[in-house]
Design a protein around this ligand. Structure first.
Ligand code: ATP
Ligand code: MG
Ligand code: MG
Ligand code: MG
Length: 439
C-alpha cells in the first residue's frame, strides 16, 4: 500500500477523553472512530488488525476440528423465551421490536440460537462430537462502555459451542478449547493465562477465563508467577489425544491462578512468597462447561446407543476478538506508539522515502516495495511529500515491526537503514539485504 493513496487519519493531539494507552493510540493512529458510546467504526488500519486476528482464530479453531458457521446478529425473542433468558438477562440485552410488533434482540451471545440449529439437524449420538463456532458482532448495553474497544457495546466475538453425548466427551471439548486458545493467543504475541473463574449469569460448573496481565485490566487477579513461564511453543498438539489435552490443562491449571471472584486466600498463602503475585488482568476469553442447561429446556436431544433420547452436554467458549486489539496494544507499546507483534501487524514493514521526487530514491523505494510485496511482507510505503520527522513519527505511532528508510545520502553509499520497532535498533545495509532479512 502507498500511503499517498491510503486513508490513515492520524491525530496530532492526544484525545483528552481516552483514559488508557490503547484507546489513545487507536484513536491517534486512525484505527477506529467512535460513532456512539461504545460503538466504533473500524478504519482501514484497525480493520487490517481485526482481520489478522480473525484469521488466526479461524485457523486455530479449525485445527482443533471446530466447524465455522455464521449466525445473524438479530435474533427472535421466542428462542430466548424458551430458555427463560429474554426476561432474565436484564438491561444489557438490547430488545428491539420490528414493524409487525415482534420482539427481537441484538444477540449478546448465541447459546439459544445454536441450540436451535443443533436440535433441528441432529438426532443421533452418531453425529457427535460436534463443535460449531462463528465470529460475529455482539451487542451488550454495558452500563459503562469505556476504554475504547476494550469495553464496547457492539464488539466482535468468536463464540463456539460444543455438543457431546457425555460429560467426559464434553470435558474433552473443554480441554480442546483450552489448548487451542493457548495457541491462539501465543500466535498473536500475547501471554494470556487461564484462571479459574466464576460461572456468572450463564451458569455452569467448569470455567476458566483467559487474562492478559496489564495494570489497566478491569479484573483483579491472584497467581503463582510460575504460570507466567509456561508456553506451548512449537510442540505439536493432537486435538484427538485426550491424554495430551488433559496434561496441557493440568500444566496450566495446577499453578494457582484465579480472579477475585474465586480467589481463596488460604490456598494463595501456600505459594512461596516470592512467587505470589497480585495484579490486574484483561479478560480476552472464557471457556465454559454448562451441561444440559440449554439442551434440556430447549429439547436438544439425541438418541444414545440404546435408542434412548438424552439431552446433549454443552459448553460455550468465547474469544473477545475486538477487545484483543486493545489488549495487544496495552501489552505492546511505548510513549511513541504501538509496537505490533509481527503476526498481527497491519503491515509487515514500512518504507520511508526521504526524498519524494528524487528519481534514484523513488526507484529504490519502488524496488524494495516490489520485493517485499513479492515476499508476502505487505509493506506500507510512505511516499507523501512530508518532512522526515513527521514520517518517522507516523511509522512509530502505527507501530509496524520494521522500517526501511531510503534517502539520497544512503543510496550514494549503497545502503538503506533498517530499524526494528520493538528494540529501536537500526543498521545500515544494502536494499537487497534488508529485503532478504524481512522476507
Ligand atoms: P466482562 O467480564 O469483561 O464483562 P464477560 O465475562 O461478560 O466479559 P463473556 O460473556 O465471557 O464476557 O464473552 C466472551 C469474551 O468477549 C470476553 O472474554 C471478552 O474478551 C469479550 N467481551 C465481553 N464483553 C465485551 C465488551 N463489552 N466489549 C468487548 N469485548 C467484550
Ligand atoms: Mg460482561
Ligand atoms: Mg467476565
Ligand atoms: Mg467472561
Amino acid at each position: 500500500m502507498r500511503l499517498s493513496r491510503y486513508f490513515l487519519p492520524v491525530l496530532k493531539e492526544t484525545p483528552s477523553d481516552a483514559q488508557i494507552a490503547s484507546h489513545r493510540l487507536m484513536l491517534r493512529a486512525g484505527m477506529i472512530r467512535q460513532q456512539a458510546a461504545g460503538i466504533y467504526s473500524w478504519l482501514p488500519l484497525g480493520f487490517r488488525v481485526l482481520e489478522k486476528l480473525q484469521r488466526i482464530v479461524h485457523e486455530e479453531q479449525q485445527r482443533a476440528g471446530h466447524i465455522p458457521v455464521l449466525m445473524p446478529t438479530l435474533q427472535p425473542a421466542e428462542l430466548w423465551r424458551e430458555s427463560g433468558r429474554f426476561d432474565a438477562y436484564g438491561k444489557e440485552l438490547l430488545r428491539i421490536r420490528d414493524r409487525h410488533d415482534r420482539d427481537m434482540l441484538y444477540g449478546p451471545t448465541n447459546e439459544e440460537m445454536i441450540t436451535d440449529i443443533f436440535r433441528s439437524g441432529v438426532s443421533s449420538y452418531k453425529s457427535l462430537p460436534m463443535t460449531l463456532y462463528h465470529i460475529q458482532w455482539k451487542f451488550r448495553d454495558e452500563v459503562r462502555p469505556r476504554f475504547g474497544v476494550m469495553r464496547g457495546r457492539e464488539f466482535l466475538m468468536k463464540d463456539g459451542y460444543n455438543f457431546d453425548l457425555t460429560y467426559e466427551d464434553s470435558m474433552h471439548a473443554y480441554n480442546r478449547h483450552m489448548a487451542s486458545y493457548l495457541r491462539t493467543y501465543e500466535r498473536m504475541g500475547l501471554k494470556a493465562i487461564p484462571m479459574r473463574a466464576d460461572s456468572g449469569p450463564i451458569g455452569g460448573d467448569d470455567t476458566h477465563e483467559f487474562l492478559v496481565l496489564a495494570d489497566t485490566g478491569e479484573s483483579e487477579v491472584f497467581y503463582d508467577s510460575a504460570v507466567t513461564e509456561l508456553t506451548l511453543g512449537d510442540r505439536a498438539v493432537d486435538y484427538d489425544d485426550r491424554a495430551q489435552l488433559e496434561a496441557i490443562k493440568a500444566e496450566w491449571t495446577t499453578p494457582y491462578a484465579r480472579t477475585d471472584e474465586t480467589h481463596d486466600a488460604a490456598l494463595f498463602e501456600q505459594i512461596p512468597e516470592d512467587r505470589r503475585k497480585v495484579g490486574r488482568g484483561i479478560e480476552v476469553g472464557q471457556i465454559f462447561y454448562f451441561g444440559i442447561k440449554y439442551s434440556e429446556p430447549m429439547g436438544a436431544m439425541v438418541a444414545d446407543e440404546t435408542g434412548a433420547k438424552v439431552p446433549v452436554h454443552m459448553g460455550s467458549h468465547g474469544i473477545g476478538v475486538s477487545r484483543l486489539v486493545g489488549a495487544l496494544i496495552e501489552a505492546h507499546h511505548d510513549d511513541k506508539g504501538i509496537k505490533w507483534p509481527e503476526a498481527v501487524a497491519p503491515f509487515g514493514a514500512g518504507i520511508v522515502n526521504l526524498k519524494v521526487g528524487d528519481p534514484d530514491v523513488d526507484a529504490a523505494c519502488a524496488q524494495i516495495y516490489a520485493a517485499l510485496s513479492a515476499a508476502g511482507v505487505d509493506p506500507l510505503l510512505d511516499d507523501r511529500d512530508e518532512r522526515a520527522g513527521q514520517k518517522f513519527a507516523t511509522m512509530e505511532l502505527i507501530g509496524l515491526p520494521w522500517r526501511i528508510t531510503v534517502g539520497p545520502r544512503g543510496l550514494k553509499n549503497g545502503v538503506v537503514e533498517l530499524t526494528c520497532r520493538a528494540t529501536g535498533e537500526s543498521e545500515e545495509l544494502s536494499a537487497e539485504a534488508a529485503c532478504l532479512k524481512l522476507a
